[in-house]
Write a protein that binds this ligand. Structure first.
Ligand code: DHB
Length: 393
């Protein structure tokens, strides 16, 4: 089997890349270990930056995001029982969209299949070969058990932080910048009406909480927890008590309902440098992981795909590898900005396990400064709505 770009991983980076490539007349094959149904139902991120929505709309996959997603012109930052609004659209002219990641993936999969794209789910035994030659390949076993050798010109490693792609960059040439946090996020889905029109990022003495949404009847909420916490061991009542204690007060009250899904999400920061090796280029979580606090992970993956697609167009259509060589630097610039923002939001809003009275007061002062100054709010709003995706030509 032969293609120009072998894409490992059918997540946001891989599917967006394959979609954008096909619009430029560049063929690709996308493989993933997971089944399509898994990919289309696993609940993950929820916030699309303006640039992500614009890219989706501009390339014919944004229709449902616009009609079924919700546009949010602001977010709330809550501390000491008071919510202060960051007017995203007033401060930056941009907004964000609440539209779940798995819905983005459904839209991309549908578009690829409608265009006759070759997507293979449920594959196994994936390995990457000869990436320092002009004729790399990816080997895998198809869902029906057939062993496949996929010859290509470029391998796009979009298979996340635990995939095979990142380990195909030899340890002798790579640097792994890594930080683990002492916190995790306890995430729930609840059948309840929205508690707020906009997301509320809450700082409290008992720790961080985030009020988000999915649909008018299903809400997404998170609260800071020990990353080793066993989500199944918590009763609904205990979960609601924890959320209430952190968030309710001064007339704000969570609307509660049955909890229909729960899980604990680890928090870590990671950047791999360089973001590739020879003809292997990494995109999305394979290259960088952010803690969820800034809602950046999905958006970074999409931006990587956009930048990588431009480099591949130049390579295949004009025979120039200059943008491919620059891809890692361009993408890493954005990834590091997102690292800083996600780390900063995390450090401002999550409390230390040992209480740390100095740290708590420092955080309150920081929140007051950021929310009380137009410059502070603008800084947050610019980062939250996302930086422009670089366009060449
Ligand atoms: C959601 C997740 C995030 O990490 C975030 O910052 C905002 C919203 C969500 O799942 O809705």
């Amino acid at each position: 089997l032969r293609t120009r770009v072998a894409v490992i991983g059918a997540g946001p980076a891989g599917l967006m890349l394959s979609h954008l490539l096909s619009l430029s007349g560049i063929d690709s094959v996308v493989i993933d270990l997971r089944e399509r149904a898994d990919i289309e139902t696993t609940v993950r991120a929820g916030i699309l930056e303006q640039g992500t929505v614009d890219l989706m709309t501009g390339t014919g996959v944004g229709e449902r995001a616009l009609s079924e997603g919700q546009c949010h012109g602001g977010i709330g930052i809550r501390s000491r029982g008071e919510t202060r609004r960051i007017d995203l659209s007033g401060l930056t002219g941009r907004s964000v969209h609440l539209y779940p990641q798995h819905e983005v993936l459904k839209d991309l999969i549908a578009a690829r299949l409608a265009a006759g794209g070759d997507l293979r789910f449920g594959v196994s035994g994936v390995s990457v070969h000869d990436v320092t030659t002009d004729t790399p390949s990816v080997r895998f076993t198809d869902a029906d058990g057939t062993r496949v050798e996929l010859s290509c010109a470029v391998v796009a490693g979009c298979d996340g932080s635990r995939g095979v792609s990142r380990s195909a960059v030899p340890e002798s040439v790579r640097t792994d910048y890594f930080r683990a946090y002492e916190h995790g996020w306890f995430g729930i889905l609840t059948e309840a009406p929205p508690s707020s029109d906009e997301l509320v990022y809450t700082h409290s003495e008992r720790g961080f909480a985030l009020i988000s949404s999915r649909t008018p009847s299903v809400q997404r909420m998170y609260f800071q927890c020990d990353p080793a916490e066993d989500a199944q061991a918590w009763s609904d009542d205990r979960i609601w008590t924890e959320l209430r204690t952190r968030v309710n007060g001064n007339g704000f009250e969570l609307r509660e309902g049955p909890i229909i899904q729960r899980g604990v999400i680890p928090m870590r920061s990671r950047v791999l440098a360089p973001m590739g090796h020879g003809r292997l280029l990494l995109a999305g979580d394979a290259a960088h992981v952010v803690p969820p606090t800034g809602a950046k992970g999905l958006n970074l993956a999409v931006a990587d795909a956009a930048v990588l697609c431009q480099a591949l167009e130049r390579f295949f259509h004009r025979g120039s590898a200059d943008l491919l060589a620059a891809y890692g630097r361009t993408a890493a610039d954005r990834a590091w900005r997102a690292q800083h923002f996600s780390w900063w939001m995390t450090s401002m809003l999550h409390t230390a396990a040992d209480g740390d009275p100095f740290g708590l007061r420092r955080q309150l002062a920081e929140i007051d400064q950021v929310t009380g100054s137009r410059a502070g709010r603008t800084f947050l709003a610019e980062a939250y709505t996302g930086w422009p995706i670089p366009v060449t030509d």
